[in-house]
Design a protein around this ligand. Structure first.
Ligand code: PZK
Length: 274
């Protein structure tokens, strides 16, 4: 199959008219891919994404064709998908203040042009989820976009549709996760269009590679929150003499095992299965 895109932790192949999205066991910390894989990570994230696509089927159609009709070497961590015309916008919904949303709030009191009340801090819950789109930069970092810029890029009707769909997917996901003790602080979605113009949810959905997951029981607004999946890696790497630039350090066996267990726990907790 023809490799059409290689990301930090995933690959995209073309197979006739379809595409096959393959999740690897690679993991990144502070945006650097580490040389040691986390066995089973690609499978857990793929299965979690598939579970969410199923849960969200009544909110919006998705690109999944089959989770099983994939080459056997990728079984469990690949999805056959409809090839879409992808929209050039990273669709982010934020329900809590962290990352770039926090940085923007501190500078301007707004995120993506949406004014927020004073007095919020790192990890605070927002009065309501906010759509904070960014550009899809080919290289380097994504830049925040205003809603008007999204409208100019994709047209007003599609802009309104992706904002509505992004906030609805986030609301539904966050509500479901909350019932299981998990906070989804924010999430990044991608959408595409079918030839007939139908808007379709693509990429991966509500996985820890596209979202921030916190344990509700550990939530303490006013400082950085513990990442449900990656905290072991962050805590371990913080104790190293590493400047957070590539190449990243090899991960010791006990940290691999602990990280593996966290991904597995996250899946079981959210889906109620194992
Ligand atoms: C598509 N990406 C991002 C995902 C990567 C990169 N259904 C689709 N049709 C056409 N293109 C894409 C999709 C989807 N999803 C997704 N870029 C293009 C991406 C996974 C691995 F390396």
């Amino acid at each position: 199959m023809e490799l059409v895109h290689s990301g930090k932790v995933r690959e995209l192949y073309a197979d006739g008219d379809d595409i096959i999205m393959v999740a690897s066991d690679r993991v990144s910390v502070y945006d650097v891919v580490l040389p040691t894989p986390i066995p089973g990570k690609g499978r857990v994230l793929t299965q979690l994404s598939l579970w969410w696509f199923g849960q969200l089927g009544d909110v919006i159609p998705n690109h999944v064709i089959s989770a099983t009709d994939v080459p056997s070497e990728w079984a469990g961590r690949a999805i056959r998908c409809r090839r879409l015309e992808m929209l050039p916008v990273e669709c982010i919904a934020r329900g809590y203040l962290a990352g770039l949303g926090l940085a923007s709030y501190r500078e301007t009191g707004t995120i993506s042009g949406v004014p927020l009340p004073p007095g919020l801090g790192e990890g605070s819950r927002l009065p309501g989820p906010v759509f904070t789109p960014t550009t899809k930069a080919a290289a380097g970092h994504d830049e925040p976009m205003t809603f008007s810029e999204v409208e100019a890029l994709v047209g007003r009707p599609v802009a309104a549709s992706i904002r509505r769909a992004t906030l609805e997917v986030y609301r539904r996901g966050a509500e479901l996760a909350a019932r299981r003790g998990v906070i989804i602080a924010d999430t990044k979605l991608e959408f595409g269009l079918l030839p007939d113009g139908t808007l379709v949810l693509a990429d991966e959905v509500l996985t820890p590679d596209s979202s921030r997951f916190w344990l509700a029981a550990e939530w303490r607004p006013g400082g950085p929150q513990r990442s449900l999946d990656r905290q072991f890696l962050r805590d371990w790497s913080a104790g190293l003499d590493w400047d957070r630039r590539p190449p990243g350090p090899a991960i010791p066996d006990d940290v691999v095992a602990a990280t593996q267990a966290r991904y597995q726990e996250l899946y079981a907790r959210i889906t109620g299965g194992d």
